[in-house]
Design a protein around this ligand. Structure first.
Ligand code: DX5
Ligand code: ZN
Length: 223
């Protein structure tokens, strides 16, 4: 098990103190800033869009990991690529032509991610594996931060890891929703590479320390 990549989720930041919170992320060992876009249609909530992306790009030194929880994501891929996204995740459930969408993301120089809701089987990705850089396993129903981790997504990660290995795919596995120090080691054991963490980082007494703890969660704890 190697050291995970950590992606704090901006959704849990204090927007009245955005620059302070982005500076905390800059000073931490975080590898990405996770940026949740919600349209009120694909998910029952609306979050934020391009003005905040511009602020994150300007004030955050970490690469942007953009999670599009929106219908018809193809309409916005160019805008998010222009806005500085390093990774763009589209939801499998929102894409009629997933092959075309992933090709488009890569043509724009971004890493292509596919997010799967808790009910969506990993096996549906088998025919587009070669176009995927990251699979984002949703471990809550998307739409809100601070929800409880759904346990059946753990064996799902194991199944995905087996599928990637069997098909010589180098795609990374990212997990999003209800992730914290209590379940990080189990997620890494199952095959996760990137951990998204909203509340467990921004609502911690010391967010920098919280990132570091997640980063070290691959180490076996002393008995
Ligand atoms: C949920 C979002 C998550 C969310 C995670 O729909 O995709 O990225 O911010 O928040 P926590 O870590 O608090 O569950
Ligand atoms: Zn997310």
């Amino acid at each position: 098990m190697s050291q995970p990549l950590i992606a704090p989720s901006l959704l849990a930041a204090d927007f009245a103190n955005l620059q302070r919170d982005l500076n905390l992320i800059n000073r931490s060992e975080a590898d990405y800033l996770h940026f949740d876009v919600m349209d009120g249609e694909f998910v029952p909530n609306i979050s934020f869009g391009f003005p905040l992306l511009e602020a994150a790009r300007t004030h955050c030194q970490k690469p942007l990991d953009v999670h599009l929880m929106i219908v018809q994501p193809d309409r916005y891929i160019d805008a998010f690529a222009d806005g500085g996204a390093a990774i763009i995740h589209v939801h499998h459930e929102a894409c009629t032509h997933l092959h075309r969408t992933l090709t488009h993301i890569r043509e724009r120089g971004c890493q292509a991610g596919v997010a799967l809701n808790p009910h969506t089987p990993v096996e549906g990705l088998i025919d587009v594996l070669e176009l995927i850089d990251v699979v984002l396993i949703m471990s809550v129903n998307p739409g809100f931060g601070g929800q409880a981790f759904i346990p059946h997504t753990l064996p799902k990660i194991t199944r995905l890891k087996q599928m990637l290995t069997a098909n010589q795919s180098a795609a990374l596995i990212e997990v999003d929703g209800g992730v914290g120090v209590g379940n990080a080691a189990a997620l890494l054991q199952a095959g996760a590479d990137i951990l998204v963490a909203g509340n467990s980082v921004f609502r911690a007494a010391d967010p920098i320390e919280a990132v570091q703890q997640l980063k070290n969660s691959h180490r076996p704890t002393m008995a």
